[in-house]
Design a protein around this ligand. Structure first.
Ligand code: C2E
Ligand code: CA
Ligand code: CA
Length: 345
């Protein structure tokens, strides 16, 4: 959008506010309610601007910056944003070649039963080992989602995770061992996701509940009717759904009530504290009670100390995950660990 007659900041702010207010009202498309927000990048014409491309690339950099701030935000261009854009571009081209050259691997973090410390399952966590060093998911997952590469990456993780859990079930003789995999909304929107997951389960002769899908609350809420439908469809096939980072998004309680889920993960931010005690005991207690009331599996995340583990156990939390028990490890390390380790029956 080009504002060519009134380009002072106050007028621009007012225009942006008007655009965003207009978009707040939900739109109905094909009978479905769709919520739209706009991230706005703004640049003012500068002395010496000659090419429209330069102006647009500044606005573009500001828009990406605004996106990074969250939903429905706006930002005025500043020079450092161009560097962000350059970094993003470099990272996304690296990411593309990483998909082609198989630079991904999967680590697994055990989920333990608090009553006795036995391993009840695992969470699959993707790793990108770039030739120049490891890049953490927090850095590349959002980018992979944006450029569509999360789909092939996610498929790789699902395939590896299915193979691994089958191996560990055989190794331990425990067919109840579960594997959690993280899904992004983009993956859910692929029409053949269900077929792919069922195919992997079948290939490894796994029951449907061997793989549990983890989605963050924010991702679920941001998803549209199509995404909701896909999740429900997967659940109807017997594939459990667990809400990740529970308590950090909005509408969480309504979600538990309206849309049946099988488990919740209590976010690390409620568990951690500076002195290693259980950080937000009242909230944790409430979430555990919520889980009990709705017959959900409750997993506390980010347990780093014995004191936190004991406090969670005292509150009747059944499952936990965190550095106090195990760090995420390679598949080979898990196989070694499972030799001679108590596994939940
Ligand atoms: P998440 O699903 O909440 O995963 C838990 C994160 O907490 C992992 O970080 C794990 O290494 C870390 N963690 C576990 N125990 C502790 C602890 O005691 N203390 C602390 N400080 N951290 C702990 P990681 O592996 O860096 O993954 C970050 C996020 O990236 C994940 O958060 C998840 O949202 C996303 N992610 C990872 N793998 C995948 C994937 O295959 N697909 C998708 N879509 N997202 C993934
Ligand atoms: Ca997770
Ligand atoms: Ca989490």
């Amino acid at each position: 959008m080009l504002l060519n007659d009134r380009a002072d900041a106050a007028a621009v702010d007012a225009t942006v506010a008007r655009i965003q207010e207009t978009l707040v009202a939900p739109a109905t498309i094909d009978g479905r309610i769709v919520y739209i927000t706009a991230s706005v990048g703004i640049t003012l014409l500068e002395e010496g601007d000659e090419r429209i491309e330069d102006v647009l690339s500044r606005a573009d950099a500001a828009m990406y910056h605004a996106k990074g701030l969250g939903h429905a935000r706006y930002a005025y261009f500043e020079q450092y944003m161009l560097n962000e854009t350059t970094r993003r571009l470099a990272l996304s081209s690296d990411l593309r070649s990483a998909v082609e050259t198989d630079q991904f691997s999967v680590d697994y973090q055990p989920i333990v039963r608090l009553a006795d410390g036995a391993i009840a399952g695992f969470e699959a966590l993707v790793r990108w080992r770039k030739p120049s060093g490891e890049v953490y998911p927090a850095e590349f997952i959002p980018l992979a989602e944006e450029v569509g590469l999360i789909v092939p990456i996610g498929r790789f993780v699902i395939a590896e995770a299915a193979r691994a859990v089958r191996r560990w079930q055989k190794q331990t003789g425990q067919r109840g061992l579960r594997m959690h995999v993280n899904l992004s909304v983009q993956e859910l929107l692929e029409p053949d996701l269900e077929a792919y997951i069922l195919g992997q389960l079948q290939r490894h002769e796994l029951p449907a509940d061997a793989l549990t899908i983890e989605m963050t609350e924010t991702a679920v809420m941001r998803g549209n009717a199509l995404a909701f439908g896909r999740l429900a469809q997967l659940r109807s096939r017997g594939i459990p759904l667990c809400i990740d980072d529970f308590g950090t998004g909005y509408s969480s309680l309504r979600y538990v009530r309206d849309f049946s889920v099988d488990g919740i993960k209590i976010d690390r931010s409620f568990v951690e504290s500076a002195d290693g005690s259980l950080g937000s005991a009242p909230i944790v207690r409430m979430l555990i009670q919520l889980g009990e009331a709705y017959a959900l599996d409750v997993v506390a995340e980010g347990v780093e100390t014995a004191a936190q583990a004991a406090a969670l156990h005292a509150l009747d939390c059944r499952y936990a995950q965190g550095f106090h028990f195990y760090r995420p490890m390679s598949a080979a390390a898990i196989s070694r660990l499972l030799d001679g380790q108590a596994v939940a029956g």
